[in-house]
Design a protein around this ligand. Structure first.
Ligand SMILES: C[S@@+](CC[C@H](N)C(=O)[O-])C[C@H]1O[C@@H](n2cnc3c(N)ncnc32)[C@H](O)[C@@H]1O
Length: 324
């Protein structure tokens, strides 16, 4: 295993975390970027969410991978290099790696060092010969993506950008197009992009998936406040906030919020933030697409939809795209 690419500096990420939190909490609609959910505890809670009965997303995508990984691999060159932005646990890419025996390099690209370490610990023993070049950083930073695209291990290669988990749904359409443009740059003119997309479905199924009865998603959402307390000297009282999932029909997205139960004042690194009773912090969006809407989105990043694999309920789609 080679550690080619530890680009982002930890102190830079910490400073960015503070700036992003203060910026989000001083907007009229308070918000926090969902990319900060995944510290150690957040990563463990997300793993728990993937196992709750209401959260169909992971098990549905895994069932598609289980059924079609072989067919997907047959459409790709065997000696491809794979880049996985927001790789999380690395469990999904293992399905593809099992069918692609000659992968040149695998680049797990994560903002969370906990998730990056977890994916390495999971994949290294399964694929001892695989060259893994982990990258700690933010895939929304175009500059970082440009640097990665120039890495010698990837230039002149056929690359696959693998982006499962419907993580693209966390971004508003304008940002999603920018991200797809970055993936276009990363995969190169002869490359491929394979993306997991959560499809439009019954509203109650969606609301339940983001508000499970056991309260795991609520703990995951509130963990962001705990992380701010720990890492940014914050004073949030977790019991003073309630987790809520809302469906925004107009934007076709689930929103997660933390609603303030009372009028309160908190501090982050000595900066005061005031809450009215009922005021919320918007912590995550999960956009739900039709295949037509997704195809149009991808077209705006000059990516053409070549193949789609769905589950029997049409809950989720794996979409193979190529530069056009
Ligand atoms: C919902 S999880 C999905 C994990 C995995 N892709 C899967 O499908 O199981 C999202 C992952 O993306 C990572 N992530 C979110 N935003 C990121 C960003 N801007 N840059 C790099 N990683 C990011 C998180 O740390 C987390 O591990």
């Amino acid at each position: 295993m080679s550690h080619l690419t530890a680009v982002a500096n930890k102190n830079v990420l910490d400073q960015q975390f503070l700036n992003d939190v203060l910026n989000g909490l001083t907007q009229q609609q308070k918000s926090l970027p969902c990319k900060y959910f995944y510290d150690d505890r957040g990563a463990a809670l997300f793993e728990q969410i993937t196992g709750v009965s209401e959260y169909y997303v992971t098990r549905t995508e895994l069932s598609i991978l289980d059924k079609y990984s072989h067919a997907i691999a047959q459409l790709l060159p065997q000696d491809i290099s794979i880049i996985e932005p927001g790789c999380g646990s690395g469990k999904k890419v293992a399905y593809l790696l099992a069918h692609l025996v000659n992968v040149k390099t695998f680049v797990p690209f994560e903002i969370s060092k906990e998730m990056l370490n977890y994916s390495l610990a999971h994949l290294s023993p399964l694929f001892p010969k695989l060259v893994i070049s982990p990258l700690l950083g933010d895939f929304t930073h175009s500059q970082m993506v440009k640097q990665l695209a120039k890495k010698s291990a990837l230039v002149d290669q056929t690359n696959l950008v693998y982006f499962p988990g419907s993580t693209l749904g966390n971004f508003a359409p304008v940002q999603a197009i920018e991200i797809l443009q970055n993936f276009h740059r990363l995969c190169g003119i002869n490359g491929y992009v394979l993306i997991g997309i959560d499809l439009v479905k019954d509203r109650q199924v969606l609301l339940n998936a983001y508000d499970d009865k056991a309260g795991v998603t609520a703990s995951f959402n509130k963990n962001m406040l705990l992380r701010i307390n720990k890492e940014l000297n914050g004073t949030f009282e977790l019991d003073n906030f309630t987790h809520q999932s809302r469906f925004n029909e107009q934007q076709s997205r689930i929103e997660m919020h933390l609603v303030s139960n009372c009028t309160q004042r908190i501090f982050i690194n000595n900066v005061e933030v005031n809450f009215k009773q009922g005021e919320s912090i918007h912590t995550e969006n999960s956009h739900k697409y039709t295949l037509t809407a997704f195809e149009l989105l991808a077209k705006q990043a000059n990516l053409k939809l070549e193949h789609t694999w769905c589950d029997d309920n049409d809950y989720f789609a794996l979409c193979l795209l190529r530069p056009c």
